[in-house]
Design a protein around this ligand. Structure first.
Ligand code: DNO
Ligand code: MN
Length: 354
């Protein structure tokens, strides 16, 4: 198992690679070319430059999060052909450079949604928060304005060019059912998975965050049954999952340890984070510690240990603590604490098994 840490690139992240290097046990940087719009080809030279920078700091750079899927592919429009061809080009370029896993998502319009990026907790830390009633009552535009009050960085999935046409994009989905979205995903996978196989790159779909429909948009990556259906669309190892305990864990029906056992060799990347679920349907991203939230983090780590998981695990989001500023969810300190918590469970388990 490799511990990974998501990093947004030089000038686009106030966490330094030198600092990540000091988190015990951390060997992978999970990266992306964040300036690339969905549908653009990632060129070989740019890929190499980024990977060399990461590797020169002593890390592996084998996991990319994310190569975003163009909306026309999700909508199943004729123009998807061009974007699928570009995606294939990117897979080849990444595979050629030594990348082993590509994380992506298939959420219409919004990749993750919250109503507050810095909700204060009783201890003074801040965290990403989802307020159910607010989301149900507000328009997409209200939410965007609320969430992006003082954007210091562009957040993935919330790029200005994407947001500027959001109402139109939402409208385009009015005629797209869940079954249509499954067929559009299948169409995409049938074309890209053979290329992944040839270049030995594993594709790993990230669950919907949160795992239910927002603004009446179809969502198909929200529970065990849907994940199973996605794996069956192209039943081949390279068609796999990013199992995100925080995204899935926002719905109490989702049993993440059971999913780890059920999907074993199809999990190519793991996000571990906790969420505290309030009775009214709200949730907040708590610390990784099991008792601070509603997700059984110790059972999850034990399940990964028990299946002999060899892939990359990264702490997903963290709170902002110790006066740290910067990208919501992606500070240094709380994610580092998360890593130490995960490794504590892992090491204990390893000792017991000896
Ligand atoms: C939330 C995050 C996501 C993730 C993308 C992957 O849990 O991990 O924003 O990065 O959905 O495409
Ligand atoms: Mn995640």
């Amino acid at each position: 198992m490799d511990i990974g840490f998501r990093w947004y690139g030089e000038g686009n992240d106030n966490v330094k690679l030198e600092n990540i290097r000091q988190i015990p046990g951390t060997t992978q940087i999970v990266w992306a070319l964040h300036h690339k719009a969905a549908g653009e080809v990632w060129e070989k030279e740019e890929i190499q430059r980024e990977m060399q920078l990461i590797e020169s700091h002593g890390f592996k750079a084998e996991v990319v999060e994310s190569v975003n899927v163009h909306e026309d592919i999700k909508l199943g429009l004729p123009s998807r052909e061009e974007y699928i061809a570009n995606y294939i080009e990117t897979i080849k370029n990444l595979g050629g450079a030594g990348v082993k896993v590509i994380c992506y998502n298939f959420m219409p319009v919004f990749d993750w949604i919250r109503t507050d990026l810095a909700k204060e907790m009783p201890d003074g830390s801040t965290a990403l928060f989802y307020e159910k009633d607010l989301l149900n009552d507000a328009s997409p535009q209200d939410i965007i304005e609320r969430v992006l009050q003082n954007p210091e960085f562009t957040m993935p999935g919330w790029e200005p060019e994407r947001l500027s046409k959001i109402e139109d994009t939402i409208q385009q989905y009015e005629s797209v059912s869940e079954d249509d979205l499954f067929s559009n995903l299948q169409y995409f996978l049938e074309r890209v998975i053979p290329v992944c196989k040839e270049h030995d790159v594993r594709l790993a779909i990230h669950p919907d965050d949160p795992p239910w429909s927002v603004f009446n948009l179809p969502r198909i990556v929200s529970n065990q049954e849907q994940l199973q259906r996605i794996l069956s669309l192209v039943d081949e190892e390279h068609n796999g999952l990013t199992l995100c305990s925080g995204a899935l864990g926002a719905n109490k029906e989702n049993d993440v340890p059971a999913m780890i056992h059920a999907f074993q060799n199809r999990i190519h990347f793991a996000h571990v984070r906790n969420v505290y679920r309030y009775d009214n349907g709200d949730f907040i991203e708590s610390s990784h510690r099991e008792e601070d939230g509603s997700v059984p983090i110790t059972d999850i780590m034990n399940a990964y240990y028990d299946i002999g998981y060899k892939g990359c695990i990264r702490p997903d989001h963290g709170r902002h603590i110790w006066d740290e500023e910067g990208r919501p969810g992606y500070g240094l300190y709380d994610r580092a604490l998360g890593i130490m918590y995960m490794l504590g469970i892992w090491d204990q388990k390893r000792k017991e098994q000896k």
